[in-house]
Design a protein around this ligand. Structure first.
Ligand code: FES
Length: 150
């Protein structure tokens, strides 16, 4: 076993993974999502397989491969929130804004992400909009809270 060769292999991956996430973050910040052609470009420039770029881009929930709405709604569907009525919140969002998990409303106002736990189970059901937590939600309270997000 040649330790230098092993180190070189490991270093290559360390360098690549250290670069790839910040690069994707910058692209995401600029465009609001990761357009497909930018992933090809990143793979080419970093000399790594496109599949690796895609695997990172799809692994992190913060990245989106589709254009996002002006506001991101994270709806918790974890056990506590589910038991406290989160499915009714999802239904209300579908009815009012035609939102499905991972989709953007036709007016590009909201993008919905269903998540498993937001870490505040005691306050279930919980919804986060652009980083602001709304707890103890019911459909009426949620729709009212969303009015401020134009
Ligand atoms: S299950 Fe919803 S915050 Fe934990």
């Amino acid at each position: 076993m040649n330790q230098t060769e092993i180190r070189d292999i490991v270093d290559e991956y360390l360098e690549e993974s250290a670069q790839l996430v910040p690069i994707l973050q910058d692209i995401h910040r600029k465009y609001g999502y990761l357009p497909e052609e930018t992933l090809h470009h990143v793979a080419e420039r970093l000399h790594i397989p496109l599949s690796r770029v895609y695997s990172v881009a799809t692994f992190y929930g913060a990245f989106s491969l589709k254009p996002r709405g002006r506001h991101l709604i994270s709806l918790c569907m974890g056990t506590a929130c589910h038991l406290q009525g989160a499915p009714r919140l999802l239904h209300a969002l579908k009815d009012k804004f035609k939102l499905e998990d991972g989709e953007t409303s036709p007016d590009e106002r909201f993008t919905l992400k269903v998540v498993n736990c937001l870490g505040t189970c005691a306050l279930a059901p919980v919804v986060v909009v652009d980083g602001t937590y709304f707890d103890g939600m019911n459909p009426d309270k949620l729709l009212k809270a969303l009015r401020r997000f134009e």
